[in-house]
Design a protein around this ligand. Structure first.
Ligand code: BG6
Length: 296
């Protein structure tokens, strides 16, 4: 069952050169692969990942909804990543400038089950469009609609596992001087002091009120990920480092060196929708070659 669900939807640019592709699972609405023109995988997946519903797979881009982390009554990161979504052949058009044809896309839909309504009693429709452009950019657009009689609030995150050469070779630019909530100290609030963020130990932070574009520079792979977001004010940065890695059954002891989670998110302040309202949150990822990382 896990394998067939996992294989539900692959898509690639048939009209472009060679390797460009993305793979999305119905399990979790989770993007599990994104490859560039050279066929190189850009998202991290653990060699110990378990492809078996209802657990989310360790890697790719799990969707955290309607809760982020364990701040709430639901399971960690909410239930959306653990559910089987459907293909949405009748997705309403996006009034978002994303309806053009120069992309390969798939639309998925999640509606609450009876069990979901027991633990989170709000009728919603969560739509996800995953698109791959001719340039190799990957975009995820989520829409949450309140089809309830009452308002509800939720958190959201694209929990994005980027594949990196070695975490010691990576830095993030664009979060300097921002405030962050530190998940390693009960979400205490700090202000970022450094020029760019580099990694020497476990990091688990929610940067708040972030700009719409940040860059993740990987000196080892001479690659820069550009992360663009709309409708999602926060950025979560997570690397479990050595000790925590050893406590995770679906993660290799040394794999923290090859990944970095950078999540476009709405965590600090919940999003509230009145009956009939819809929210849209967009993530766009580009991976560009950087001949000299210090130029950025
Ligand atoms: C991060 C959180 O986004 O996800 C961390 O900030 C958490 O606190 C991590 O440990 C992984 O969560 P999970 O549930 O996928 O193991």
């Amino acid at each position: 069952r896990g394998a067939s669900v996992r294989a539900e939807k692959n898509f690639s640019r048939s009209d472009s050169s060679v390797g460009l592709s993305a793979q999305v699972c119905l399990h979790g609405g989770q993007v599990v692969s994104w490859r560039n023109h050279r066929g190189e995988e850009l998202l991290f997946s653990s060699s110990k990942a378990i492809f078996k519903p209802p657990r989310a797979t360790r890697g790719g881009i799990p969707i955290c909804f309607p809760q982020f982390g364990n701040c709430g009554t639901l399971e960690q990161h909410g239930f959306a990543r653990n559910k089987i979504w459907t293909i949405d052949d009748e997705a309403p058009p996006l009034n978002y400038g994303d309806n053009n044809s120069n992309k390969a896309s798939v639309d998925l839909l999640l509606k609450p089950s009876e069990d979901d309504l027991k633990c989170w009693p709000h009728c919603f429709e969560l739509r996800l469009r995953v698109s791959l452009s001719m340039d190799g950019d990957l975009s995820l657009i989520s829409r949450v609609r309140n089809v309830n009689g009452k308002p509800f609030s939720f958190a959201f995150a694209y929990h994005t596992y980027l594949s990196v050469s070695d975490i010691s070779e990576v830095r993030i630019e664009g979060l300097e001087t921002l405030d962050y909530l530190d998940n390693l100290s009960q979400r205490e609030r700090f202000t970022e002091q450094g020029d760019a963020i580099t990694f020497e130990s476990e990091v688990d932070r929610v940067y708040v009120g972030c700009p719409g574009v940040i860059a993740v520079l990987d000196h080892g792979k001479k690659r820069t990920f550009i992360v663009r977001k709309e409708g999602l004010p926060d950025i979560v940065v997570w690397n479990p480092w050595e000790k925590k890695s050893k406590t995770m059954a679906d993660f290799g002891d040394d794999e923290y060196k090859q990944m970095l989670c950078v999540d476009a998110a709405a965590v600090e302040r919940a999003i509230t929708l009145k009956p009939g309202e819809e929210w849209t949150g967009k993530l766009e990822l580009s991976a560009v070659a950087s001949t000299n990382c210090s130029d950025h």
